[in-house]
Design a protein around this ligand. Structure first.
Ligand SMILES: [Zn+2]
Length: 366
């Protein structure tokens, strides 16, 4: 186990009071168990972080003392979508025959997106690609129950309702610690349609983030079990590419710097970036400098630090490990008991609708 992984494990062991027990009744209901994580997204290529279309980068202005700093930002939905992709990759990569036996049990609960032999897939697809509200997600896998999903008749036998599973992972905006003029470079490209790129098409410019620019983010894990916390942190730290055109531009490194457990959230990425900007004045400084100011700030606010402030980011082993055993246990214990509670809840809250749907079905058949 890497040094980072063992530090994360000791933190989680010591924070059991703020983690849920896999078999606890009423685990669906929030109890104010929060794990906050502060991390850096370090640009290692020339990523594109934009809101819509070509030619813009998401920008936000932050006021600190008598200065205004306009900085690039990464919106929470981008981070959440990337964590979901990473988690699905981890989950799929661990599906073997013995795990299929476990996944088969979800079919017996009434979940529909699992084959008879326990073959399973869950994926992000644009709405309407399969018709109706179906967006490809299965509604019952660890990624769906932790990061949120919809449960309708498409996902669950006789659901009779549409139940929104709220994400138990929340995010702050990730603010860059460098002002726009120094963080971005306009590069000219040819239109692409393809493998990497080809020439001879229209030219256009895009504002790219320079290598070394750091974004400061915060994640909150609410009412998760210890293993659920591990899979989320493992997914977050395994992100190595991000943004539009990530196949060629988007190399990044995500460095989880500190964790804190509590009954409520105690800090926001906004607070941290203001502190860092007050030190750097928005200059294009090294990632080590941003890391040092971030660690100084959160270390003084009760965060359990995972790195010291004198490290070189290029030498950091930043992945939180997750074993195959952990993945199996999430499917068979933590997530299975949670999925069962979802089912009980849906049946209890919508018994009339579920029953009506059944009667209607019978009448049509008759
Ligand atoms: Zn799923």
């Amino acid at each position: 186990m890497s040094t980072l992984s063992s530090k994360v494990m000791s933190f989680l062991e010591a924070s059991k009071g703020f983690l849920r027990d896999p078999y606890e009744p009423n685990r669906l209901f929030a109890k104010g168990c929060k794990i906050e994580g502060v991390y850096l997204i370090v640009s290692k290529g020339i990523p594109l972080f934009r809101t819509e279309g070509v030619g813009d980068v998401t920008l936000l202005t932050v006021k600190e003392a008598d200065q205004e700093y306009t900085v690039p930002a990464i919106l929470p939905e981008k981070i959440q979508a990337k964590i979901r992709r990473q988690m699905l990759e981890i989950l799929r990569g661990n599906v073997a025959d013995d795990l299929k036996q476990v996944i088969k049990k979800y079919r017996n609960l009434g979940f529909k997106k699992v084959e008879e032999d326990g073959s399973w897939n869950c994926y992000i697809a644009p709405p309407l690609s399969e018709g109706g509200t179906d967006i490809g997600m299965c509604g019952f896998c660890p990624s769906c129950t932790i990061l949120g999903s919809m449960i309708t008749d498409v996902e669950l036998e006789d659901a009779g309702t549409s139940y929104g599973l709220k994400s138990r992972v929340q995010h702050d905006i990730a603010f860059a610690a460098t002002v726009y003029e120094r963080a971005v470079s306009d590069l000219t490209h040819t239109k692409v349609g393809d493998g990497i790129s080809y020439t001879g098409m229209a030219l256009f410019e895009e504002p790219h983030i320079l290598p070394g620019v750091c974004f400061i983010g915060k994640i909150v894990l609410s009412d998760v079990t210890m293993r659920e916390a591990k899979i989320v942190l493992s997914s977050l730290t395994s992100i190595a590419r991000m943004g539009a055109g990530e196949t060629k531009y988007g190399s990044v490194q995500v460095i989880l710097l500190g964790l804190k457990a509590g009954r409520h959230e105690s800090i926001s990425s906004y607070d941290i970036v203001r502190h860092v900007l007050s030190e750097t004045k928005g200059a294009y400084v090294t990632p080590e400098e941003v890391l040092k100011h971030t660690i100084d700030y959160v270390g003084g606010r009760g965060f359990n630090l995972l790195f010291t402030s004198d490290i070189n980011v290029s030498d950091i082993e930043s992945n939180v490990d997750l074993s195959t055993e952990d993945v199996k246990a999430i499917w068979s214990e933590d997530n299975y008991s949670y999925a069962k509670q979802i089912l009980e809840y849906v049946r209890k809250v919508h018994p009339a609708r579920a029953k009506r749907a059944q009667t209607k079905g019978t009448r049509e058949e008759g």
